[in-house]
Each structure stands twice: as structure tokens, then as C-alpha cells.
Design a protein around this ligand. Sequence first.
Ligand code: PA5
Length: 452
Amino acid sequence: LKLNLDRSFFSPELCSAADNRVSEALNALTALKNHSCRGGEFTGWFDYPQLHGFDLNQKIRTYRQKLDFEFDCVVVIGIGGSYLGTRTVAEALQNEYLLAQKSSDRRHKPIFYAGHQLTGNALMELLSALDGFSPMVNVISKSGTTTEPSVAFRVLRSYMEKRYGAREASQRIVATTDEKKGALRQFADANGYISFPVPDDVGGRFSVLTAVGLVPLMLAGYQTEELLKGADLFFSEVRNGLSSDHPVIQYATSRKAAYEHGRTVEVQSIIDPKLRMLSEWWKQLFGESEGKEAKGIFPASICLTTDLHSMGQYVQQGTRMLFESFVSFRTSRVHSSSVTIPVQNDDRDQLLYLEGKTVDEVNEAAKLATKIAHADGDVPCLDLEFDEPLSERSLGYAFAFFETACGISAQLLGVNPFDQPGVEDYKKNLFALMGRKGYEELAKSLANRIRR
Ligand code: PA5
């Protein structure tokens, strides 16, 4: 399993600017490995599978085996890093059409999401759908105090207690949170919930390979050990010392070169809608890690070929602030065969030239056609291709790759990759506007501003 990074459609000028940054990037990687970079106290995700992940996975498996009741869906309550990784794996690997027919995808139980937004509509719909299932609830919050999941958890808890009674409800709820502090920790302990810790030295957006992702994914039937093995493959490349042309170095240095040449938006282009959530996870990872101190590349995404018919025009000819990174997995994907365009003795639909080809072959050609067109339209293009089909293993490798690339890239930019001071501002305003104790002064000053 490896990643091929192709820079043939990145301009020669940018390639050489990137190459000038290689030794800086290698130093940044060493600082990540030694935990000596800015924010080094939050680099516990690096090499986590080997150090703790496999043991933890075994503990979760034992917990899963001991559950003495049936369940047929998992509700994940969490926001940001507390749900995006799980959703990435689930939406990449599940068969959404079979899941819609309740329990027909025998390998995977459906995962429903709550606490990642604040709409009453979604909660109402979830509660009424749950009546037709027998749910497990995994509430996930590192801080244990985030408003969105806290609100959703109160609603879901009350639903579960009404439906199952307090005792069984507490067995059907599993909490993933800080080992010692936070409201969720206290609540979980007081109610006797089984719980798994989010490590102190791992921030939310870097936590998919900890209990944050492993618990819900294992409950829903995904091969979490494979996820860890894939990530460990990447980390072992780093452990063994990688060369200066390794894709993780090339990706980080290419981003830096593009940014310094005025390319302040990176568009991640995927060619399979199964990767939509990977793009969402990637946006959070890079956006929260780099967007600070009035710096940072804005991470955006499009899905080919769908969005070529909506955003393609902009990418081709709009403001020249973009560079593009195509991300794909080897095309045979989750299924062993593909759909072939039927052969027929009739060319009235003008598809004779495609007869006998697979739809995936056409998709690959569309990707190449797009890359050439965008490069001709002055959009520097990188192409990242994981050389295995989509699976837990290849996704684990991809998570480890992007996390490491992000840690290097943010250091090249000169910011602390592991804090998110800006996220706090809206939270404080919300507390003040909704009358939380301790926020009275802020509430007064906001009231004055609203009146103006
Ligand atoms: O990366 C981060 O730290 C954040 O995006 C968090 O994942 C998000 O805010 C959720 O926080 P918590 O898990 O504390 O509820």
C-alpha cells in the first residue's frame, strides 16, 4: 500500500519552489516525531496505532463481545473531530442502498448522527426513525462540554430512558470523553456508563484512530484493526526514515509553494462520492490546523464529475487563487466488478465509442480530461492516488498520511497546528446569548451591539 503523488500538472516553477522547502519539511517531520514542535503536547496521534491503538482495539472488542443484548444501529453523538472520521469510514464503505432497506447490509449496521448541528428538524426525524430500530448510543466529546452534542445527548438520553428504562438505557449508552474532566465524564461516571477515554495528547481532529473512531466503527461492524494496520503502515514508513521525495514531504512542500505564489485556496477533487466525507474530514483537519494568525490555505472540495456541472466553470476560469489536489483510491474499489456500458447494435444515443468499457474507465478518463483542462486554465494540479481499493486499511493509511502532512504543512506556515483559539469565540457568544451563568457581562455588551 502506498500513495503515488504526481506533480506533472503542477507548474515547474511551483515544483522547484516546493523542492527548496524539503529540508525545512524534513525538520518539521522530525519535530512532530519528537513532540518538540509548537503544540508538541498534542502530537500523541503520531504512531498511536503501534503505541496504544491495537491494545485499545482489543479492549473495545472485549466490551463489544460482552454486550448481552441485540442492537441494530448506532447513534453517534458528536461534532467536528468527534464524528467526521467515523462518518468518513462508514460512508466510504457502506452500501447506502442496502442500508436503506434496514439490516440488509449484514456486514454493517447503520450509523445515525446527532449533535453535529442544532436543528430541531433533524432530531425529530432521528427520534421517529429510531422507533423502528434497536439502538446503541455512543456520545463522544473530548471536552464534554460542547453545546451541540450536549443538547443532542440530553434529548437522546431522555428518549432512551423512556423507551428502555434507566437501567437498560445506561447499558445502551457508551461515552467517549476525557479520562478525568468535563461534564460528560462526571455524567458518565454518575450513571454507570461504560466509557472510553480520549487521550489528553490528541486533539479532536486528529482523533479518528483513537476510541473516538474505533468504538462506533467496531460497534457498527467495521474492521477497525485493519484501519489501525493501514495507519501503522504509514507510520512505519516514517519510523524507518523516509526519503526527501516521499509524498508526505512533497504534498506539504507543494502546498507551501502554492500558497506563497498566491494560491490561497486548495480544492480537493474526488472522483467518487463515497469520498465526500473524507473531504469533509480533510477540510476540518487542515482548516482548523492552519487557519489562524491571518494565515492559511482555505480547504474546499468538489466531487467529480457531479460538480463539474456546477463548480467546474469557476475552477476553470474564475479568480486564479486556486490550486487543486485530486484524491482517489485504485478504481476497483469496494466491489470486485464494475458496470459495463452495454453493447447494442444501435448508435442513436451516440455511445458506440464507449460500448464495452466500464463506467469507472470513463470516470478515470474524465478525471484526466479535467486535470488537463484545469492545468491549461492555470490551476496547478496535484494528483494523489492511493494504490489500493477503498477499504479500512487504505483509509487508515490515508488518515495517517493527511494528519502527518498537516502537521508538517502548518509548521511550514509558521502556526501551531494543534490549537483552535478561534472556535471558542462563537461558543462564548452563544453561551452569553442563551443566558449561561458566568457570561452576564458578555451578554450585556452583545445586547448593546445587537440594538445598534
Ligand atoms: O479539532 C477539534 O478539537 C474540534 O474541532 C473538536 O473536534 C470539536 O470542537 C468537538 O469538540 P469536543 O469533542 O470537545 O466536543
